[in-house]
Design a protein. Sequence first.
Lengths: 616, 316
Amino acid sequence: MKRLLIPGTLVALILLAALAAPLLGLPDPVRQDIAHRLAGPMEGSPLGRDEFGRDVFSRLIWGARTSLGVAFASALIAGVIGTAFGLIGGWFRGLGELLTVRSMDVILCFPPVLLALLVVTLMGPGAGTLILVLSVLYLPGFARVTYAEVLSARSHDYVEAVRALGAPAPRILLRTVLPNVAGPVLVQLSLAVASAVVLESGLSFLGLGVVPPAPSWGLMIRGARATMEQAPMLLFWPCAVLTLTILAMNLLCDALRDAVDPRTGGTRSRLRARDRLLPGLLPAAKPAPDTVLAVRGLTVEIDTPRGPIRPVQDVSFDVRAGETLAIVGESGSGKSVTTTALMGLLPSVARIAAGEAWLGGTELLRLPEEGMRRLRGGAMSMVFQDPMSSLNPVHRTGDQVAEAILAHRPISRAEAWRQAEALFRRVGIADPERRMRAFPHEMSGGMKQRVMIAMALANRPKLLICDEPTTALDVTVQAQILDLLAELRRDTGTAIIFITHSLGVVAEIADRVAVMYAGQIVEQGSVAEVFQAPLHPYTRALLAAVPEGDTPPAGIPGIVPPPHAFPEGCRFAPRCAHARPKCSAGALPLEEAGPGRDVRCARWQELACRSEEVPA
Amino acid sequence: MLWVLRRIGISIALAWLVATIVFMTLHMVPGDPAELLLSTGGTMPDPAAVAELRERLGLERPLLEQYGAFLSGLTRGDLGVSLIDEYPVLEEIALRLPRTLELILAGTLLSVVVALPAGTYAALHRGGAFDRIASGLAALLLAVPVFVVGTLLILVLAQMLRIMPAGGYVALADDPLRHLTLLAMPALAIAKGLSAVLFRMTRASVLDSLSRDYVRTARAKGLTARRVLVHHVVRNALTPVLTVLGLHMGTLLGGTVLVEYVFNWPGLSTPLLRAVEARDYPMVVGIVLTISGLFLLINLIMDLLYAALDPRIRAA
């Protein structure tokens, strides 16, 4: 709304000046006074006189009246007729649509100025001709906008219902569609007015628009051209006023469009990127020798207009060679942000606030970009959730895999292509020679995910991160992809981090599991232990929510809180059946509950004892 | 291949529609077209002159016959003769069209060279100083009408600083340097609007492309920033820019008329404006059809280029 203010005020002022022209007591804009030809600023004429001795200031104001009058008249006519056409076309479809909406599109085949010139040839120049031409030119815009709006309104249930009840069509149209259409039509109207001012001045400048001596900005520029050597200011004033008017109108259009359609962005507040923070404060971790990845105290911070948020806080885990670690949690628990941070792919608004992550002997979180680039797709690689959008649609899949090889190894293109072919075969794609020449849109979802996996395996990574790699796929395909991943791990010994929200998948593929809730790990341990004897109430609730045998699944009340509303202390407390006041007293640490077993709960020991007495 | 043929078919159908509309315009205006063409300022024209014009335009014949003659003339490249001097319209166009094309090409080239890199850079450094300044400049350039820019260029560069000629034309063969000097200012005027539009589209398209999953994939592969930018961001961002560029050519072609007028560039606009003023109907129709046909042709080329860049279109 703030963006509307300045251009809105400016446009309003210009309109006001044009409307009030007769009341301002200005000199007659067409009265000639040859004695004061090209006179400079003088009494009663602050901007001087033109080549016929007419008052420039008065002509500017009256010119606004002409230009804006023509522009508004044509935009309004086009708006009324075009909207009506759109309503009719959208409501009756078929022949009505053809006559009112589709036929309008032909107008778009002409460059606007030329269509105008054609009509001027026939009808002669003048304001009337201009209004006629301009309204015809803007008809299609209005018809299209309204038509689209009607089509979407038609599909609404309540419109269908009213129609079924036999309400007359015109009433439904006016009552339901018009309010929806108002916004886009208003935007279209402002666009048409702005564009009409440009066209009107252009045609008048050519001497084919408004007929002299009527004042018009285009005509003033045309006239001043002849005398620009003696009186350059005569040229400057109408140019400046015309440009300012169009600029204000354009800005108003942009602001209006953003206000009506929030998708186009403008109103979204922009977040500012900030550099990564200083080296961490924690002492260096001492990972076990066979540990591929050791993460300690990883915290990610994002600056938002409401202040900084921490979608990931104090996350620590290890992944050993040949091991699969599953990270489970609901949407918004911070699983993906965690892995994105490890890959160095965080968006620029997010930064690592604390923590470290060791891949072998390399600390990832403070590695310069070039070092990170060498690791990405090399020692560690990633398979994403949606294979449909994760492959570039304009490159052949074979090239996309070969590209990953070439980014890390100095070999020839032909050799990279041969290796890519072996990879295609490795991930179970039949007829690899042909498939490599295919574009992504020519493949099924499961096939595309196989390509993504081939790409991730291209340089024999030590660590493979899979971010919900089966979520976007059909159930049968999901099973195939899981089998493929399990097989690849057996054969290559690659450590895998597997992000999922499905406990079934965890049981199938993982050795160890970390449960995340609201940006924190709340429990981790071996899959067998965690599934048999969950320590955290959230884990227990997750397990109870899985449909199993005859027991009906139990939902978890409430939702994961958004990062700006994380509760104090235990973040699960508001949804926890076992919550006590002490749970919310202060930040909880991740406690060691056994070898390789951690839990973040104030009452885990009490609850563990209780569940032994009363088996749930 | 099928797709290409279909797209060409659509263009031919559109060309036919455009020709039909132009033909109908003469008959849709209320009253006798011949009388209308001859009347100036509300005075009744001489009946003898009206009758003669009706004869020359063939208005006495049945409408359908006129339409058939018009279309068959078009397919043979016969656009009729000027009402003023009986000069064949096609010859006039053949003489002047290359000059207009040269101007458009120079302006487009200039815009692409400036706007594509600038738009990409602004998108990559969104919110930075360059982005703000360039975006502001683009908004300003969009707001200044092309004839205002042209006139001001002449005022400043030719009249005040006297470093450029005010306008005119010399054939390339006669004096190449002079030819290019004279081409510079009109090309610049044409480029002002187009480069602003291109800059905005490129910026928006690159921003959109940057947020795509496949760009994340490209980075996850460990490609260098340069390769990600060229092969995955810009390559994919170009296609929507092309389409909108094609659609914008209509405004550009209209703007060319004004630019040629301002700089005395003897392209199609000189005979067009003269013909509009003299109500020389066949000449106006010929030139309007030529430029509209050019517009359709440019859009056809853009669409074919689009298909070359985006394999998904070819499959559709």
